[in-house]
Design a protein around this ligand. Structure first.
Ligand code: HEM
Length: 130
């Protein structure tokens, strides 16, 4: 069976999407709040998200074999619905700009990641902020 990882073009395509995602987060003012939560140097998260998404899409599973649970990792961050929206909007744009991607697969990936981002909303922070 062909994996989504193979269908999108393997490691180079995943890395291109991740780099486009963090470039957008760094450069587009629409994502300023999301940017502000991250470290000054995004090299480590560019690498981490590439490893996570590769395994998630059916490619090499090194993140899942050795890395932390992605949901537990994000419990430490004050993720509000608005921040999840920013993450999802940047990722949807990064995926949509990937040349040669099957539009149905692109949409399915963007939708699944949108759900994941919103599942990371941390209500204790949201309630404290209200
Ligand atoms: C599907 C949704 C998401 C995925 C797959 C994801 C994935 C990741 C990964 C792989 C890392 C790097 C961890 C490492 O290398 O140790 C990371 C870090 C991080 N993520 Fe997410 N993330 C998601 C959504 C969000 C959202 C919605 C926020 C909003 C605040 C967020 C904020 C952060 C922050 C602040 C870090 C740490 C960055 C740093 O220390 O520089 N993430 N994320």
């Amino acid at each position: 069976m062909t994996t989504p990882y193979a269908r999108i073009g393997g490691e180079p395509a995943v890395a291109a999407i991740v780099n486009r995602f963090y470039d957008l987060v760094e450069q587009d003012a629409a994502f300023a709040d999301l940017r502000a939560l991250h470290a000054a140097d995004l090299a480590a998260v560019r690498h981490g998200l590439t490893r996570f998404l590769s395994g998630w899409a059916g490619g090499p599973r090194d993140w899942f074999d050795h890395g932390p649970c992605i949901m537990s990792l994000h419990r430490a961050f004050p993720i509000t619905p608005a921040l999840a929206d920013q993450w999802s909007a940047a990722m949807t744009r990064a995926i949509a700009a990937q040349a040669g991607l099957d539009p149905q697969l692109a949409q399915a990936m963007a939708q699944a990641l949108d759900h994941m981002a919103h599942a990371m909303v941390n209500l204790s922070f949201t309630e404290n902020a209200a």
